[in-house]
Design a protein around this ligand. Structure first.
Ligand code: MLT
Ligand code: ZN
Length: 469
């Protein structure tokens, strides 16, 4: 089979060279290491179809991979070395952009920031963004139902995907690209593939919703004393500005300190340290009143009332970018800080403020010496709740040992509040055991039944997402 694949894909699309393969065999945080029989980089959908058909015939596993920026090792093959690693990197064409449809058709390997640029070129934008936008690719963003920093207004990837082209595990091609706003032909296969983590087929292209380009934006950095005040502020800003608030990101003092410590060229926007920092972005369409003035007025009023302690509004685009950088590099700063027990949880938004205070206190008192850094998408109820090991232990060993008990403790804390142990990063390999422990029989039954129906041979990204029976 490998010889047939090599013939079909040619030297650009097929390699077994260990040096070529090495960067794609470990996850972004360097926690999980795998092996593969070959790295396949098809140039088009026909080649993906040929690969999947051959793999099905030979009962060989396929691990689809985009930018390899998964936070849960969802694109890392298992160490046995049997699987084919299928990189969508070369399929990076934007097939079309339509102002009338407000839709872009992008192949799975398109890098998110390239799609941003292309949409801007026609006076539109693709309203999903995240720190890894320079490397994350459309296929992976779809397969993980990515979130990011504009979910508050535009939803996750799920609400932005209007069509999908994919190769199913049987080798059949699903042509679902036409961007229908309404289509009620029963089960929605497009939505089934969103968030499937490559377990139900290989997404090769997608039709994606565009929105009008921004006319102007206001980016503010706010210091305040506690997360209850933050949520009050969010709801007040939303009520006063309608649809304008796109991002509302929360960082405790220790998250900001970590960024300042590890990321060169960063500096705190406010004079004094505050227990909580909020990054707010408000936008307006072109021709509408400037959002800077409105946000400045609303924040001044909040300061007068004592709801917030201090605020700075970016005076220009460079400053706005600098504020955003402080938020977007937290994951990178954490990686530099060293191993941690990481959680990507969601709870109802109303519960977030108490959760941030109570869960941190509970963890730090139950696991002596640990420090909680909980930050993220407050307005979405999604917190990246990371627990650093005590300073005097071997961090890697701690994550695999006591860290597991921390995982269970945090997930039970979240479960008791009606929350989820994966808000936006997916299950992959790293959350699999905890997902199996907490999912409940009905959810597991449906998940396995769908998997069995579409991929009876179990060749698509095995060992991810679906807890073994
Ligand atoms: C973020 O919001 O910064 C990302 O989801 C990454 C992380 O969890 O650290
Ligand atoms: Zn996030």
């Amino acid at each position: 089979m490998l010889a047939a694949l090599e013939r079909r894909l040619g030297p650009k699309g097929f390699t077994r060279d260990p040096a070529d393969m090495a960067p794609w065999l470990s996850d972004w945080r360097g926690r999980v290491h795998g092996q593969a029989a070959a790295l396949l980089s098809p140039a088009n959908t026909d080649e993906v179809q040929a690969i999947v058909s051959l793999a099905a015939e030979n009962r060989v596993a396929i691990v689809p991979q985009g930018g390899n920026s998964s936070m849960v090792a969802g694109a890392t093959p298992s160490p046995d070395g049997h699987a084919l690693l299928l990189s969508l990197r070369r399929m990076n064409a934007i097939r079309s952009l339509s102002v009338e449809d407000n839709v872009a058709v992008a192949e799975a390997g398109v890098i998110l920031s390239d799609l941003h640029d292309a949409a801007a070129g026609i006076g539109r934008r693709f309203p999903l963004s995240l720190g890894a936008r320079g490397s994350a690719r459309i296929g992976g963003l779809i397969s993980t139902n990515a979130g990011g920093t504009q979910v508050l207004r535009f939803g996750t990837m799920r609400s932005l995907v209007v069509g999908i082209e994919a190769i199913l595990p049987s080798g059949e091609r699903f042509d679902g690209l036409s961007a229908l706003r309404k289509d009620n032909r029963g089960y929605d296969l497009r939505q089934l593939l969103v968030g499937a983590e490559g377990t139900l087929g290989v997404v090769t292209a997608a039709s994606l919703r565009l929105v009008p380009a921004i006319g102007a934006r206001a980016v503010a950095w706010v210091g305040l004393a506690d997360p209850h005040a933050a949520l009050t502020l969010l709801r007040r800003l939303e009520a006063a500005t309608g649809e304008a608030i796109e991002s509302f990101e929360a960082m405790p003092a220790n998250a900001l300190a970590m960024v300042l410590r590890h990321i060169p060229g960063t500096r705190a926007p406010l004079e004094c340290a505050h227990a909580w920092n909020i990054l707010i972005e408000a936008t307006a369409p072109s021709g509408a009143p400037d959002p800077v003035e409105r946000l400045t007025g609303l924040l001044a009023q909040a300061a007068e009332e004592g709801l917030i302690e201090d605020a700075a509004i970016a005076a220009n685009e460079a400053q706005a970018e600098a504020f955003w950088k402080l938020r977007e590099v937290i994951a990178e700063a954490e990686r530099a800080e060293g191993p941690a027990a990481k959680h990507d949880i969601s709870v109802p938004v109303s519960v977030v403020p108490d959760f941030l205070i109570d869960a941190r206190a509970a963890v730090e008192s139950r696991f002596a010496g640990t420090r909680v850094v909980g930050f993220g998408h407050l307005g979405d109820g999604n917190i990246h709740f990371n627990v650093l090991p005590p300073p005097d232990v071997d961090g890697k060993a701690w994550v695999e040992g006591e860290g597991k008990a921390v995982n269970a403790f945090v997930h039970d804390f979240v479960g008791a509040r009606g929350g989820s142990l994966s808000a936006e990063h997916g299950i992959g390999q790293l959350k699999l055991a905890e997902f199996a422990r907490t999912a409940g029989p009905a959810r597991l039954h449906v998940l396995r039944a769908i998997k069995q129906a579409l991929d009876p041979l179990g060749i698509m990204n095995p060992g991810k997402l679906i807890p073994p029976a």
